[in-house]
Design a protein around this ligand. Structure first.
Ligand code: DGL
Length: 258
């Protein structure tokens, strides 16, 4: 069973791609929404939650965990790998694909304050070829928009534009989405930044997950179902997660052929 977790509904952008890639697996998704957002919190708090959530996921039967949260990955995945005897797959802002896609050599990274401040993110950024300029912005208010299902309209546009403005002024032509909530605002981002390549790492994370599972013999070959088997759990009220899954994930999955 695959465990996937995030501070809230953001990790559903990863779950969506995992379901498309591995539709026969059983998946348990955990939204730690009683403690959302993680982005402005102390790293030790985020690590403590990562341990508590992983305990919960393994007690539900998970034998591999996707940390579908850039913030938790950057501050907690090394400690998780040290402590738990199962494989972990994490999320990181796709700065290298953004640099590869850029013609202007000016790229944007949208992420939480905790991710941008982490040494893991800074090491990845500093490994980019010289000559690539990186403009970083916190998606201030983005997580709240997505948690509330507000993905377009005046409030979403105003909030997104505030974060994009410094990037557009600097001439970015590629933006890495460094928080799993942000892909749900992709339509608004692309409308406000026409011609800019927007990169969501979720499809490549799903590919990587398949590779890791395959190497460990964890891929199911026996199950015949008409739909991925997904259990949704939350540390707080579950209704938001269920509603978001039904509106933003389920419709896209109905075309999956098993
Ligand atoms: N979705 C998360 C991430 O990828 C965390 C957002 C938050 O809780 O601040 O960073």
């Amino acid at each position: 069973m695959i465990g996937i977790y995030d501070s809230g509904v953001g990790g559903l952008s990863v779950l969506r791609e995992v379901c498309k890639r591995l539709p026969r697996e059983r998946i348990v998704y955990y939204s730690d929404n009683a403690f959302c957002p993680y982005g402005g919190r102390d790293p030790q708090f985020i690590r403590d939650r990562a341990f508590a959530v992983t305990e919960k996921l393994t007690s539900e039967g998970a034998d591999i965990v996707v940390v579908a949260c850039n913030t938790a990955t950057t501050v907690a995945i090394a400690a998780l790998r040290n402590h738990f005897n199962i494989p972990f797959v994490g999320l990181e802002p796709a700065v290298k694909p953004a640099a590869a896609a850029s013609v202007t050599s000016v790229i944007g990274v949208l992420a939480t304050a905790a991710t941008l401040a982490s040494s893991k993110y800074r090491a990845t950024r500093d490994s980019l070829p010289r000559g690539i300029k990186v403009v970083e912005c916190v998606g201030e208010g983005f997580v709240e928009l997505v948690e509330n299902g507000c993905l377009d309209g005046p409030l979403a546009e105003e909030t997104v534009l505030r974060a994009l403005e410094p990037m557009l002024e600097a001439g970015v032509d590629a933006i890495a989405l460094g928080c799993t909530h942000y892909p749900f605002l992709r339509g608004t981002i692309e409308r406000l930044a026409p011609g800019v390549t927007v990169i969501d790492p979720a499809p490549s994370v799903a590919r990587h997950l398949e590779t890791v599972m395959s190497a460990r013999g964890l891929i199911r070959r026996d199950r015949q179902t008409s739909f991925p088997d997904v259990t949704l759990l939350s540390s707080g009220d579950n209704s938001n997660l269920v509603r978001t899954y039904n509106t933003l994930v389920k419709p896209e999955l109905s075309s999956i052929k098993l």
